[in-house]
Design a protein around this ligand. Structure first.
Ligand code: CP3
Length: 346
């Protein structure tokens, strides 16, 4: 049976009435109604682990803008948290973890097959959403890619160059591979539980893929993505999988074909023409408006959005940003962009 929901149709390579759209980080601090719930929840992880509140903040951008997809409200770092590595989100600092940098640190992690026990509230949020979302809206589950999650686990925080994880990977690749293997297994368990609870599509965020040179990209970004995709396909045949190998540049061509993912989310550095000729011929492309254009708004935002639509809009295509919405985004600019994309026809 052919899917009816717009986003699922685009992922299946079918024609759609208008271009489907959602935005990475569509729930978050730029929305006053998010800040209100966030203040009530206490800590950020408390918000992620309280199903009623996580459901509410997932629905907020759907109510306000009528996006074609809702992305589960959670974080990529709930997986290390479930593996027993302490994760804290500090105001103005971002995530802070006790760094792991050796085999003893890996041995202290709990079993990847058991992450789902810790993450039950997340799956309850998914189950609630699959009942409360409007019928035309697609529910996206997600996880971080092993490499990106490893950069936080090894570095202990966000870093501009991912140096700690890279140095471990270069000095002792077979040791580092063990961490990647743990994360592949944990990620598949976590994603499977989301699908069983009602997620219809999954997206894998490899935010730091672009910092890896080709041979390391192949080993630590491409192969783990292929492993996750293959394991998910074996469990859930036909499940659409979107990958976001941010910064992959020309390596995205091989990444798309060799991982076998259904859709490829492109960052702002990829030209729409190149994406059309090199990537869209392989499947559905998603992207890639600069989130700062959404902060600026106005004629410049509209011109860039139209350029993307005119180049990629014949499909298969999902309109999105090249990275997540930033907190200083005026909500009315999002409304203006949504209106423009919804009205556009090839
Ligand atoms: O609408 C959605 O997209 C909500 C779900 C979501 C969040 N984070 C909520 C969040 C998703 C899909 C993510 C993904 C995520 N988290 C990524 C990959 C995508 C990307 O943006 O590159 C990464 C690298 C993280 C790790 C992370 N989480 C960082 C580095 C930070 C701090 C920086 C920041 O943006 O605040 C977070 C915190 C976080 N995750 C917030 C939200 C809404 C802000 C926390 C708050 O409310 O205080």
């Amino acid at each position: 049976m052919l899917p009816e929901k717009k986003l699922l149709r685009a992922l299946a390579g079918l024609e759609t009435q208008g271009v489907p759209l959602w935005m990475m980080r569509q729930a978050g601090r730029y929305l006053p109604e998010y800040r209100e719930v966030r203040a009530r929840a206490g800590g950020f992880l408390d918000l992620c682990y309280t199903p009623e509140l996580a459901e509410e903040v997932t629905l907020q951008p759907i109510r306000r803008y009528g996006f074609d997809a809702a992305i589960l409200f959670s974080d990529i770092l709930v997986v290390p948290d479930a593996l027993g590595q302490k994760v804290a989100f500090k105001e103005g600092e971002g995530p802070v973890l006790e760094p792991i940098s050796d085999m003893a640190g890996l041995a202290a992690l709990s079993s990847p097959s058991r992450v789902t026990a810790h993450l039950k509230p997340v799956y309850e949020t998914v189950a609630r959403l699959s009942k409360s979302l409007p019928p035309e809206v697609t529910l996206i589950g997600f996880a971080g890619a092993p490499w990106t999650v490893a950069t936080y686990m090894v570095g202990g925080k966000g870093s501009p160059d991912q140096a700690a994880a890279k140095l471990w990977a270069y000095r002792a690749p077979d040791e580092f591979q063990k961490l990647i293997d743990i994360l592949v297994e944990a990620t598949v368990e976590h994603l499977s539980a989301q699908v069983m609870a009602g997620a219809e599509v999954i997206q894998i965020f490899d935010t730091w893929a672009g910092s890896l040179p080709e041979l390391a990209f192949e080993r630590f970004a491409l192969r783990p993505m292929k492993a996750i995709r293959d394991l998910m396909q074996a469990r859930f045949p036909g499940l659409p999988v979107i990958a976001f190998p941010r910064g992959a540049g020309a390596m995205a061509v091989r990444y798309f074909s060799e991982t076998g993912v259904t859709g490829l989310s492109i960052d702002t550095g990829v030209s729409p023409e190149w994406a059309r000729d090199a990537l869209q011929v392989q499947g559905c492309v998603q992207g890639n408006l600069d989130p700062l254009l959404l902060v600026a708004g106005g004629a410049e935002m509209r011109a860039h959005a139209l350029h993307i639509l005119e180049t990629l809009g014949k499909g298969p295509f999902i309109f999105n940003l090249g990275h997540g919405i930033v907190p200083q985004t005026p909500p009315e600019h999002v409304a203006e962009l949504v209106e423009l994309v919804k009205a556009w026809r090839p």
